[in-house]
Design a protein around this ligand. Structure first.
Ligand SMILES: *[C@@H]1O[C@H](CO)[C@@H](O)[C@H](O)[C@H]1NC(C)=O
Ligand SMILES: *[C@@H]1O[C@H](CO)[C@@H](O)[C@H](O)[C@H]1NC(C)=O
Length: 273
C-alpha cells in the first residue's frame, strides 16, 4: 500500500506541476513520414491480423460487427492524425472470435510491453475524436517514449515497473546519434524497463529533472525509477553509449546504487518505517 501511494504521489507531482497542455502535437512528431497509409488496413483473416500486430510498435485494430456505427468514421479519422501508429479494421467473424471480441471493440496492441488495451462496447457507443485521440496518445508507448503529461499516464499504467529516463536537450549537438544508441539499448530491455526521453530543452520538463535532484549543468543524464518502491538512481553522462546504459540498468536491477547520498537517505527512511 505504501508503494502504491508513493507512486501516485510521484505521478500527481509530475502531472500537476505546470506541464504544457499541447501534447498531442508533440507526440505525433515521431511520425514515420508521409508514406504511411491514410486508410486502415483491412484484416480479413487471423494470420493477416497477427502479422499486422507483430509488424508494428503500436497497432490499433477496430474490431467491428458492422461498419454502420458512428465509431467507424471516428476511427478512420485517426489514421491521418497518428502517422506513427498502424491502423487496421476487421469485421471477419473468424478474426473477432480469435481476439475474443463480443460487440464492437477497439484494441491497441504494443510491442514494448506486449500490452493490449481495449475500448469496449460501452466506450465505443459514446466515442468521439477527443476520447479516441486521448486513448491513443496516452497509450502510444514506444521502445522509447517521449515524456509528456499524457504519456506519463500510460507509462504508469503499464505493467513494466521500471522506467529509465534520458534527460537531454533535443536541440543539442549529437542528439540524433545519442538517440540511436538509446534506442538500441532499449531493445535489450524490452519488457523489463520502459525507456523514456525527457526533452530538457522544454520548460515544463524542468520539474522532472528537479524531481531527480539533477541540475541543468549535469545534463544529459540518465535516471532510473522503480515504480513499486519508489527507488531511483541517476547518472550524469557526457553522451550515450549502449554499453553504459546497459551497465547502469543491470547495476540497478542488481541493487547497485550510484548516488551515495540518496542511498543513505533511503536507508534512513526505511529504518524509520
Ligand atoms: C481469448 O481468451 C482466452 C481465454 O480467456 C485466452 O486464453 C486467449 O489467449 C484469448 N485470445 C487472445 C487472442 O487474446
Ligand atoms: C537547448 O540547446 C539549445 C542549442 O544548444 C540552446 O539554445 C537552448 O538554450 C538549450 N535549452 C535549454 C533549456 O538548456
Amino acid at each position: 500500500m505504501e508503494a502504491a501511494q508513493s507512486t501516485c504521489l510521484f505521478l500527481l507531482f509530475l502531472l500537476t506541476c505546470g506541464l504544457p497542455p499541447k501534447v498531442a502535437a508533440e507526440v505525433q512528431e515521431s511520425s514515420d513520414g508521409p508514406s504511411a497509409s491514410q486508410e486502415p488496413a483491412w484484416l480479413t483473416d487471423v494470420p493477416a491480423a497477427e502479422e499486422f500486430i507483430a509488424a508494428a510498435e503500436v497497432a490499433i485494430i477496430g474490431f467491428f460487427q458492422n461498419l454502420e456505427i458512428p465509431a467507424v468514421s471516428v476511427f478512420r479519422s485517426m489514421v491521418q492524425k497518428f502517422q506513427d501508429v498502424s491502423f487496421g479494421i476487421s469485421t471477419s467473424s473468424e478474426v473477432l472470435i480469435h481476439y475474443n471480441i463480443t460487440g464492437n471493440t477497439i484494441s491497441l496492441f504494443r510491442l514494448v510491453d506486449n500490452g493490449r488495451l481495449n475500448l469496449e462496447s460501452k466506450d465505443i457507443e459514446s466515442i468521439d475524436d477527443t476520447k479516441l485521440s486521448r486513448f491513443i496518445t496516452v497509450n502510444n508507448l514506444r521502445l522509447v517514449t517521449e515524456y509528456s503529461p499524457m504519456t506519463v499516464v500510460g507509462l504508469f499504467n503499464s505493467l513494466v515497473p521500471i522506467h529509465l529516463l534520458l534527460m537531454i536537450n533535443k536541440t543539442s549537438p549529437g542528439y540524433e546519434e545519442n538517440m540511436h544508441r538509446y534506442q538500441r539499448a532499449a531493445k535489450l530491455f524490452q519488457g523489463k524497463i520502459l525507456f523514456i526521453l525527457v526533452d530538457s530543452g522544454m520548460k515544463g520538463n524542468g520539474k522532472v529533472i528537479s524531481f531527480f535532484k539533477l541540475k541543468k549543468s549535469q545534463l544529459p543524464a540518465l535516471a532510473i525509477y522503480q515504480t513499486v518502491d519508489d527507488e531511483w538512481d541517476t547518472l550524469p553522462i557526457a553522451g550515450i553509449s549502449e554499453e553504459q546504459v546497459q551497465n547502469f540498468c543491470d547495476g540497478f536491477l542488481k541493487g547497485k546504487r550510484l548516488r551515495e547520498n540518496h542511498e543513505s537517505e533511503e536507508k534512513a527512511q526505511k529504518v524509520e518505517l
